[in-house]
Design a binder for this molecule. Structure first.
Ligand SMILES: [Zn+2]
Length: 266
């Protein structure tokens, strides 16, 4: 299957290839991952739409205009603000200005936009899409919109972690670096850079690096997890349910009584 910007996110493409988001999904809830391959979809979240709005702006003028016409819900339809951008998207405009006014952000965001690459890794076929790909500068970069850049998040396995780890961005960047390395036949990885901008008032910002140790650790984890996930996706193993996500809540049937201490240790 040949991928392009029209079919990249299609169900067919997701059946054929693994992607960072599918890998993350299967780790969170295999049952939900499988349901998505059958066409189940999560309702779009406003946070996701704000992220896409910022991305579209930095991709190109045409893409930004197209995004706005395809998502009329970003315009307020009632109240004092009627006819204007909703508050969240006025804030998104501030995030855009914050990035645009920072020379370092703009410098690392240079490169080819939305570059699709595919390669085999860990026994699976992967697809990745790089937002800003600059192989001549040994770098690729991605913008991440986040509620708070310095926020600590509790992770039961690793203690308090940064938003970069909590959101799976180290995994994503490591995977992208490895797929790029395989496509280009390089010995080492080009450098992944995250440009983070926060929804605080005024927005905070940071240009964030991920090093070779981080990449290797994440790739080892992916290689460890993939054998089971490949079996699940192929239908040879029954998917586990997390019993916690939207899909599991929608499809839950209780068959036992739980002790109250079990409520937080799943
Ligand atoms: Zn679930």
């Amino acid at each position: 299957m040949i991928l392009n910007n029209q079919n990249y996110h299609s169900t067919e493409a997701n059946q054929h290839y693994w992607s960072n988001s599918q890998y993350k999904e299967f780790l969170e809830c295999e049952a939900r991952g499988m349901a998505k391959l059958r066409g189940w979809a999560e309702p779009p979240s406003e946070a996701l739409l704000v992220g896409s709005y910022v991305h579209a702006y930095f991709e190109s003028k045409e893409v930004f205009e197209q995004f706005k016409s395809e998502n009329p819900e970003i315009i307020a339809s009632k109240g004092a603000n009627k006819g204007n951008l909703k508050k969240e998207f006025q804030r998104a405009d501030e995030l855009i200005r914050t990035i645009e006014n920072d020379p370092l952000c703009m410098f690392v965001l240079q490169g080819q936009k939305e570059v699709i690459l595919t390669a085999e890794f860990a026994g699976a076929k992967w697809k990745v899409k790089m937002d800003n790909y600059a192989p001549d500068r040994n770098r690729f970069s991605d913008i991440k919109t986040v509620r708070e850049i310095q926020k600590e998040t509790w992770d039961p396995n690793n203690g308090y972690v940064t938003f970069v780890e909590a959101s799976g961005y180290v995994t994503q960047m490591a995977l992208y670096a490895e797929i790029e390395r395989r496509v280009q036949g390089r010995d080492g990885w080009i450098e992944p850079i995250i440009v983070a901008v926060s929804k605080e008032d005024p927005p905070d910002k940071a240009v964030i690096s991920i090093n070779g140790y981080d990449i290797q650790r994440e790739l080892d984890l992916i290689e460890m997890n993939m054998p089971r996930l490949i079996e699940v996706k192929s239908g040879r193993i029954e998917p586990d349910r997390c019993e916690n996500c939207r899909y599991c809540r929608e499809t839950k049937t209780l068959n036992k009584i739980v002790h109250y201490t079990e409520l937080i240790n799943q």
